[in-house]
Write a protein that binds this ligand. Structure first.
Ligand SMILES: Cc1ncc(COP(=O)(O)O)c(C=O)c1O
Length: 395
């Protein structure tokens, strides 16, 4: 469909042409295995080294602290399990603190660790989706080894006060006379936010390339020097022993190119997306006053509008939007198949009849005002049609 409208940039973004161009030689003539000894291999190795330097500089750290992975999910699993198992082995403790609105890659990693004797506490969020740093400080225990709070939420775009949370954790760690590691899932933050690891005060940070114009199936994990970390993948010594397996050179090159461009264009991106976000929110409020915008009004990503239409079935709305040529998401792309109310919205105390009628629209700099207007033209009628639909799972 030529005139279709894509409003699901939080689910994934198209590969940037600059990243694709940079990747192409590594699918072709530069195919060498970076671990080998001849010149063809050295080319691939150099490309990885350059990419690692680029990513390290953007995060305000050194290349040794950067690991390339197969995506956000792998980075998160490696971070959570890697720190937890290292600290369990060292008999430091087995308590993990995270928030109730994290991505399932974090929540399910914590649940997995519970099978190995770990305990997880979930920090509550307010109606605005924010974690209170004081709540984090209060929830820390003598045996807490890891705190993991996301930089920005994938469903609502709410931006968490990571620096304040990390400072509260550091203070508590000082009083205990040991480290408590702080990790942040920054997967949704790379287009709009400065991600300097020292300013954020984090020991580990996870990124996913396909959220910022890089290739799908590629990601980054930052691990601060000296942080306890037990690699979760065994094999060769690639990625400084942190992630065994022959490197995906093309994906690594594409990741670095896309991340650099995303970070360079951060301010212009935020400005442009904010204008589109405001246009959409104003249009919805004018046409459908019963609609509820979810998440803190200022502390949110500039490209996200998460909106609930009471008593409307999101699956019906998505189908009708698709028929109108508009791609959007219900809550989170990750739980589209089973329309169970989103754990993020429930944690924010959004009532069930609003939660199941929630849509997420996410824009980018390539979104046109006219596309927002076309959405606003069709949305009121679609919401009306979806209100009469029934059968939404409440589990
Ligand atoms: C906040 C957040 N964390 C983690 C992930 C998982 O990343 P990936 O798709 O690269 O596995 C996503 C993707 O939806 C996300 O939005």
């Amino acid at each position: 469909m030529t005139d279709s409208i894509y409003l699901d940039y939080a689910a994934t973004t198209p590969l940037r042409s600059e990243a694709r161009e940079a990747m192409l030689p590594y699918f072709g003539e530069r195919f060498g295995n970076p671990s080998a000894t001849y010149s063809l291999a050295a080319e691939a190795r150099d490309a990885i080294d350059t990419a690692r330097e680029t990513v390290a500089t953007l995060l305000g750290t050194t290349p040794n602290e950067i690991t390339f992975t197969s995506g956000g999910t792998e980075s998160l699993n490696a971070a959570i399990k890697g720190v937890a198992f290292a600290q369990q082995l060292a008999r430091v403790g087995d308590h993990i603190l995270t928030s109730s609105t994290e991505h399932h890659a974090v929540l399910h990693s914590c649940q997995y660790l519970e099978k190995f004797g770990f305990e997880t506490s979930l920090l509550p969020v307010g109606r605005d989706g924010l974690v209170e740093p004081e709540e984090a400080a209060k929830a820390l225990r003598k045996d807490t080894v890891l705190v993991s709070v996301m930089t920005a939420n994938n469903e609502t775009g709410v931006i968490q006060p990571i620096a304040e949370i990390a400072a509260a954790v550091r203070e508590r760690a000082r009083s205990l006379g040991r480290q408590i590691i702080v990790h942040t899932d920054a997967v949704q933050g790379a287009n709009a936010l400065r991600l300097n690891v020292d300013e954020l005060g984090v020991d580990l940070l996870s990124l996913s390339s396909h959220k910022f114009g890089g290739p799908r199936g590629a990601g980054v994990l930052y691990v601060r020097r000296g942080a306890p970390f037990l690699p979760q993948q065994s094999g060769g010594g690639q990625e400084r022993q942190r992630r065994a397996g022959t490197e995906n050179v093309a994906a690594i090159v594409g990741t670095a190119h896309a991340f650099q461009l995303a970070q360079q264009e951060r301010t212009a991106y935020a400005e442009r997306c904010r204008a589109l976000q405001e246009r959409l929110i104003a249009g919805i409020a004018a046409a459908m006053p019963e609609a509820q915008i979810n998440g803190h009004r200022e502390r949110r990503l500039p490209n996200n509008v998460n909106v609930s239409f009471p008593d409307a079935d999101a699956r019906v709305m998505l189908r009708l939007l698709d028929e109108a040529g508009i791609a959007a998401s219900a809550g989170s792309a990750c739980n589209e198949e089973t329309l169970e109310p989103s754990h993020v919205l429930l944690a924010m105390d959004v009532s069930l009849n609003y939660a199941v009628g929630t849509l997420r629209f996410t824009v980018s700099t390539s979104t046109e005002e006219s596309e927002i207007d076309r959405l606003l033209d069709v949305l009121p009628d679609i919401v009306e049609q979806a209100k009469s639909a029934t059968g939404v799972a409440a589990g």
